[in-house]
Design a binder for this molecule. Structure first.
Ligand code: HOZ
Length: 433
């Protein structure tokens, strides 16, 4: 816990300079803290469940570099493996055996994946998967859900979550109308809306893509029967079901949300955890569909750094750690303790709060709830969230700087860390107006 005066002088200096050099002073919008007020904290280093800023403040970190750090930051086994791999060169641009190892691990773990293609980010994976959906079905329209975020490719910047929601942006300028004309949207958890879209566009929809648990509009879970209903509807209409598991893959369970819920999509996108903190994305699915990807088939997609040996190494080591018995039980235990504790304190201190967790992913809103959709999430008190966020920071707890982002725990978070976080929350919530 930060004691004494919370000083952020160096962070402020560095961020002021950054704003002259980079748009908004950042490399990715949510980091700028625009929706929570105050200046962003400039990080110096991270280790286990903690981050240290350039002023020397220490935080318990629930962002975990936006998901990859599920084993804890700078896990010694991951670092050692990356160092050894770096001795052999940082990029090959040629096949390497490490790709086979990670591919086998992903195929073994994720029910829908029979073949996989590695890329460099979740955005790339989703961009490619949509091309593949269209190539396979020879149909152009796609259904996505309001508040779901599938990276920043043009076709997906329609009612998107994450930074788009955080900044309250309309769909982005620069995206041609013609590019999004084929992107149809429905409210999350609304099967009737999806059914209607299929009826209104017979034989034209290539598939449905969604976050099986939403993490980019805050944390929103699928209602009972929603995923199964989508599986039925897509099959009935000859369309594909795609789970964007960039956040949930290897986080909700070793087989992702699809293993947890027992619903197998046709294709899956992944990122974050499978790169162990280095830039990796992937898409995979049924062999018959994946065989369309070049050079096996005609659907073109490529990448200079794809399958990079350092990134493959970090991913392999991370998955090796995660598959140790007890990992997910532990993650579930501490995350449940965190969210239950937080909601209980909210109640005791008179704040309307709702939220939940599954495995190592959690979220909460300042509203009565329940939150089933992006529309519901938008009704939460974001001003209060901003105040809570800043005050928690001053207590040494680093939460995602947006109401519209899920939180993440790791194997490195201890019971004592959760206790300290709840103690901080009590201090903050009992004073918060
Ligand atoms: N799109 C990420 C969260 N959903 C934010 C990434 C970042 O700012 O690093």
């Amino acid at each position: 816990m930060i004691t004494g005066t919370f000083k952020t002088t160096k962070s402020e200096e560095i961020f002021a300079a950054a704003q002259k050099l980079m748009p908004g002073g950042v490399s990715s919008p949510v980091r700028a803290f625009k929706s929570v007020g105050g200046q962003p904290i400039v990080f110096d280093r991270v280790k286990d469940a903690y981050a240290w800023d350039v002023d020397g403040n220490q935080y318990i970190d629930y962002v975990g570099t936006w998901g990859p750090a599920i084993c804890g930051h700078a896990h010694p086994d991951v670092i050692k493996a990356i160092q050894a791999a770096a001795e052999k060169g940082t990029s090959f641009g040629a096949p390497c055996a490490l790709e086979n190892i990670l591919a086998e691990m992903v195929i073994d773990a994720v029910p829908s994946v029979e073949m996989v293609r590695f890329v460099n980010s979740g955005t790339e994976a989703c961009m490619a998967v949509l091309r593949l959906m269209r190539a396979y079905t020879q149909r152009e329209k796609v259904i996505k859900f309001e508040g779901c975020y599938h990276g920043h490719a043009d076709m997906f910047l329609v009612k998107a979550g994450s930074g788009v929601a955080t900044l309250g942006l309309p769909d982005s300028p620069g995206v041609p109308k013609s590019t999004t004309a084929n992107t149809l949207t429905a409210p999350y958890n609304d099967l009737d809306a999806v059914r209607k879209l299929f009826e209104e566009n017979p034989g034209e929809i290539c598939g449905v893509i969604l976050e099986p648990i939403v993490g980019n509009a805050g944390f929103i879970t699928p209602d009972a029967g929603f995923l199964a209903g989508l599986r039925e509807l897509t099959t009935e209409h000859g369309a594909l079901l795609v789970f964007d598991e960039v956040m949930t893959g290897f986080r909700i369970s070793y087989g992702g949300a699809q293993a947890k819920f027992g619903i197998t999509p046709d294709l899956t996108t992944m990122g974050k955890v499978i790169g162990g903190g280095l830039p990796v994305g992937a898409y995979g699915g049924k062999r018959e569909i994946m065989q369309l990807v070049a050079p096996a088939g005609p659907m073109y997609q490529a990448g200079t750094l794809s399958g990079n040996p350092l990134a493959m190494t970090a991913g392999i080591k991370t998955l090796e750690i995660l598959r140790q018995p007890g990992s997910y039980e532990y993650l579930d235990k501490i995350t449940t303790k965190l969210i239950n504790g937080l909601l209980a304190i909210g109640k005791e201190t008179g704040h309307a709060m709702c939220g939940g967790s599954i495995s190592a992913m959690f979220g909460f809103f300042f509203c009565e709830g329940p939150v089933h959709s992006y529309e519901d999430a938008k009704k939460a008190d974001t001003v209060k969230f901003g105040k809570f966020h800043r005050a928690m920071l001053e207590q040494g707890v680093y939460l995602a700087p947006s109401q519209f982002e899920a939180g993440f725990t790791s194997l490195a978070h201890t019971d004592a860390d959760i206790d300290r976080t709840l103690e901080a929350a009590r201090t903050v919530l009992s004073k918060l107006a």
